[in-house]
Design a protein around this ligand. Structure first.
Ligand SMILES: Nc1ncnc2c1ncn2[C@@H]1O[C@H](COP(=O)(O)OP(=O)(O)OP(=O)(O)O)[C@@H](O)[C@H]1O
Ligand SMILES: [Mg+2]
Length: 311
């Protein structure tokens, strides 16, 4: 098990009460691993530690395409074992042109974590740090979170952003990328997303019919691409209001019955009572849940029955 460096431990010990900490760095520099290590470090005292996972492309806490937050249990080994509490839709795995909804979702998660009395809030971020999009995304996130400490895993590509954050008055502490951090291949990244979706859906996701005479199908506000809400393709990522947290969304998958014929036996989702021609959503929510709106976006998954096979 990797340990936190003494220098970082000293920084963390000198923070004010109920600190918010954000980690930034280029892709594959060890951000998520470091957030996991800090979660473990803070959790070794009886503290309520919350992780906000604002990396919508390589998510750990919730499904890709969503900003999620969750509570850290004792003995955590990685961010994948954080217990998800809520998710906010962004609608794609790339933050380009979706900076506003990523920042809004991150802020919603931090606000909710504070409301729930978190002692420590750790914000993981994506690797988009360069150029105008990187600077805008990370500065907007920092303004939304107002972290007490920003930890940078420093590489030459991070200098412009680091300078901007310091000028804005944030306390920025730079460390080297984690020794041992390795580059994830495109296939590995795709497999991570698939596995994240299947973990989120669980072994028995429910299939709820969408009665279009009562349920509105709407394009998500943060979506920057065209979406035809009258012709939503099978496998489209969607969301409904989270019944437990109305400010958040429950991620779901839009299913069109023509392509979903033939599911039976053990592979069938619970409550497969859909009417012919009527779309459904695949979602880990109670069977009696009736959404008033289904938000859709341009992010599409590949499915084999109710299993996600590409994401
Ligand atoms: N000290 C280490 N020893 C061994 N492997 C490590 C170490 N630190 C990180 N890794 C591995 O290196 C890879 C990259 O690390 P990680 O996912 O934490 O980086 P990241 O900056 O969060 O990447 P991304 O930009 O995709 O979010 C992961 O597979 C992780 O398990
Ligand atoms: Mg990461």
């Amino acid at each position: 098990m990797i340990k936190l460096s003494a220098a970082l431990g000293k920084e963390l010990s000198s923070l004010p009460e109920r600190p918010r900490i954000m980690v930034i760095g280029e892709t594959d520099t060890g951000k998520s691993t470091l957030v996991g290590l800090m979660a473990r470090w803070f959790r070794s005292a009886p503290a309520k530690v919350v992780v906000v996972d604002s990396d919508i492309g390589q998510s750990d806490v919730g499904p890709p395409g969503f900003v999620s937050y969750g509570t850290v249990e004792q003995g955590i080994t990685s961010l994948q074992s954080v217990t998800r509490n809520g998710s906010y839709m962004v609608g794609n795995t790339s933050p380009y042109n979706r900076e506003l909804s990523v920042a809004a979702g991150t802020q919603a998660c931090v606000r909710e974590a504070q409301r729930q009395g978190a002692d420590v809030i750790l914000v993981d971020t994506c690797g988009l740090v360069k150029g105008v999009p990187g600077v805008q995304l990370k500065c907007a996130k920092a303004e939304a979170v107002r972290p007490d400490l920003i930890i940078t895993l420093s590489t030459p590509g991070l200098e412009l952003l680091t300078g901007c954050l310091k000028l804005l008055g944030f306390r920025v502490c730079s460390f080297l990328p984690l020794r041992g951090a390795r580059t994830k291949s495109v296939d590995e990244r795709r497999d991570n997303r698939v596995s994240c979706w299947n973990t989120y859906l669980g072994s028995r996701p429910r299939l709820l019919s969408v009665d279009l005479s009562r349920v509105k199908v709407r394009r998500w506000w943060g979506e920057s691409r065209y979406v035809d809400v009258n012709q939503v393709p099978h496998g489209t990522v969607a969301a409904v209001r989270d019944p437990r947290h109305p400010d958040f969304q429950a991620a779901c998958i839009f299913m069109v019955s023509k392509e979903s014929e033939g599911w039976d036996g053990g592979e069938a989702a619970e409550g497969a009572d859909r009417a012919e021609g009527c779309p459904s959503i695949l979602v880990p929510l109670p069977q009696d849940y009736e959404p008033d709106v289904v938000w859709v976006c341009s992010y599409k998954l590949g499915l084999d029955g109710t299993r996600v096979i590409s994401a």
